[in-house]
Every structure is written in C-alpha cells, then in structure tokens.
Write a protein that binds this ligand. Structure first.
Ligand SMILES: [Zn+2]
Length: 116
C-alpha cells in the first residue's frame, strides 16, 4: 500500500490560470504546467514575503515539502521567461482552505493583497 500523501492546503485559485508571451504561436509542448500548490508557495513567499517556515505552516506541510514546491515553481517561471513559453497553473494535490477568513493568514492576505 502506498503511503497516503499529505495534502497541501491552499487559500485560493489564481484569477487567471494561463500566461503567455505576446506575439508568437504555441503548440502544446510550449506549455509549462505548474500545480496549484506550487503557485501557492510563490504567492505566499514571493508576493506576501513569508519565509518558508511560515509558508509551511499556512499550507499544513513540512518545510522540506515547501522547499521542493518552491524550487520547482521558480524553475518553471524561469523557463517561461527565458524560453518564451506559456505557463498554465492547474491541477495538483491539494485541499482548499476551509478556515474562516479572519482565522487564516493565507486567506486574509489573499483578500488584502488583491489579485489572489
Ligand atoms: Zn486560508
């Protein structure tokens, strides 16, 4: 029996899930896929200036997990910028945050920060 994987908690979906550079044609192989939990680490760490420990607490996972997700997410963003590829944020292994908004830092910041 495979060990059940702990689900990562995320506080919201991006308002736009697809990003593309201007002025070129695309095929399916140009698309870089980012999971929603990878996106959540970018949102919390880079946008909301949390450190990896805070991010891990918000997402309910170990810091080592956050470190891996964050490294992968950064790599994917770099590939999009340098190689002019599309970014599609979709899927993953997560649960949506069910906390009350005033009891969850991740949700509170989503509301204050605008743009999810
Ligand atoms: Zn939340």
């Amino acid at each position: 029996m495979p060990r059940p994987r702990k689900q990562k908690r995320i506080c919201g979906m991006p308002s736009c899930g697809t990003f593309a550079p201007c002025g070129r044609e695309y095929t399916e192989k140009d698309v870089v896929l980012m999971s929603l939990e990878e996106y959540e680490t970018i949102r919390l760490i880079d946008y909301h200036n949390m450190d990896q420990t805070q991010c891990a607490e918000e997402m309910g996972v170990a810091r080592s997990t956050v470190q891996r997700l964050y490294t992968d997410a950064r790599r994917k963003i770099a590939e999009c910028l340098v190689e002019s590829r599309m970014l599609s944020i979709t899927g993953g292994d997560y649960t949506l945050c069910a906390k009350r908004k005033d009891q969850c830092e991740g949700c509170r910041r989503r509301r204050l920060g605008g743009g999810f």
